[in-house]
Design a binder for this molecule. Structure first.
Ligand code: FAD
Length: 388
């Protein structure tokens, strides 16, 4: 896949450099790390050292001073090489963005240099067992004590990487949210805070990043655990969620590209009749379609990233949702067709494609499901009435 003409020379150079890094690690490395119950620490720290993980963070805090456009290139290219870093979606993209935009000077000093140089990571938790897609129903609550500290109680589920993250950015609500309307507040909860419990969820996914159920049992947090303004939570939250959607699109496009490249290489060689199987249009056309769909999804991702980097949060919201949708659907179809192209080998451990079937579904479900994006576009873009 050629780099699109819409990108600057710097973007194309970044793509090429990250692709070269990814090539040195690749899917075999990720499979090894996952099999040993480890984490891709070498890749994480090398990517950080080269300035890729903090490319979107402010220069004065050790970042690259660029935006989500550049960060999404990094994740897409690592994914296309078979070694995506899922924690990039949360650590620099959501948490780094929220702290950069709304954190105090002290919070920025405490977190951004570490997020940029990869020495610290932060997870992000919004999903709750009884709320799921309906984040208006979240009940994790923070109560302010007389001394200004906070007491956080509640539960979260499916939160990625909590075991390796130094802290988790938790979306709670303040206890005076009497109207029932979402009034989210963001809190930094350090990993070893007393009362902060985690239980690993046994997922059918082959990835080094694990998911956790979290419990907060009157977890006492310092006054400065609150990020941003207590009364502007929704705006601050969306500032982080748009990059999350754009980065999930990058994750999906990278995975789809990886799968298609493997299938194309196989289809060029594998011969069971006169010609290689790639000469049969029943094999070639679906791969061509997958390639087209991934390219189209990337265009929407670039639009969303550009709008976001230009400061248009509202415009970026719609585009980021559409990009996430398009990329997830393209990824699911690309992986499905790629596995099929390899016949029986598509299901072998040796070729390593079958586990991408579950992996590719992640982007369809998280961070917001396909249906919730269709709901969003139905209501917000098309003005159709709501059924729920
Ligand atoms: C691998 C993985 C990693 C994750 N990492 C994180 C993380 O780091 N942090 C975090 O906070 N969360 C994380 N999540 C959670 C993820 O964001 C949620 O799973 C997702 O938002 C869906 O919520 P749910 O699973 O409760 O599904 P539900 O909300 O129960 O939905 C179930 C199904 O019903 C459909 N549905 C629900 N409501 C409607 C409606 N109104 N109209 C039509 N259809 C509807 C949904 O589309 C879905 O298909 C992760 C999930 C996975 C799988």
């Amino acid at each position: 896949m050629n780099a699109p003409v819409l990108e600057t020379e710097e973007h194309q150079a970044l793509r090429a450099a990250v692709a070269a890094l990814g090539k040195r690690y690749g899917r075999d490395y990720m499979t090894r790390v996952t099999g040993a119950e480890g984490h891709p620490e070498e890749l994480w720290s090398e990517a950080a050292k080269l300035g890729y993980l903090g490319v979107n963070l402010p220069e004065e805090y050790g970042g690259g001073g660029c935006g989500i456009s550049e960060l999404s290139i990094v994740l897409e290219e690592l994914g296309a090489a078979g070694s995506p870093l899922l924690m990039m979606v949360v650590s620099p993209a959501i948490c780094g963005t929220v702290i950069s935009r709304f954190g105090t000077k002290e919070q920025k000093r405490a977190w951004l240099p570490g997020l940029a140089d990869g020495s610290r990571t932060m997870a992000f938790g919004i999903t709750e067992p009884d709320a799921g897609s309906n984040s208006h129903r979240i009940t994790t609550t923070a109560r302010k004590d007389d001394d200004g500290t906070w007491l956080l109680s509640g539960r979260k589920v499916f939160v990625s990487g909590v075991d390796i993250a130094d802290a988790t950015l938790i979306v709670g609500r303040t206890s005076d949210a009497r109207t029932g309307r979402l009034k989210p507040c963001l809190f930094i909860v350090a990993r070893d805070t007393p009362g902060f419990g985690r239980r690993r969820i046994d997922m059918e996914l082959q990835a080094p990043e694990k998911q956790f159920e979290l419990t907060f049992d009157d977890v006492r947090l310092p006054a400065d655990a609150l990020v941003g303004d207590e009364d502007a939570g929704l705006l601050q939250l969306f500032a982080g969620l748009n990059p999350e959607r754009i980065m999930t699109a990058a994750f999906a496009i990278g995975m789809g590209r990886y799968a298609v490249a493997r299938a194309v290489a196989y289809a060029r060689e594998r011969t069971v009749w006169k010609d290689a199987i790639g000469a049969h249009q029943a094999i070639a056309h679906p791969l061509a379609q997958a390639h087209i769909e991934l390219e189209l999804a990337r265009l929407m991702m670039q639009k969303a990233a550009r709008l976001y980097d230009d400061g248009d949060d509202v415009g970026a919201g719609e585009a980021a949702n559409m990009a996430k949708y398009a990329a997830a659907e393209a990824c699911v179809r690309a992986v499905d067709q790629s596995v099929h192209t390899l016949g029986g080998n598509g299901l072998t451990r040796e070729f390593g494609l079958a586990s991408l079937i579950t992996g590719s579904r992640v982007a369809r479900i998280a961070p917001v499901s396909r249906e919730m994006i269709l709901n969003y576009v139905s209501h917000q873009t098309l003005g159709l009435p709501k059924s729920y």
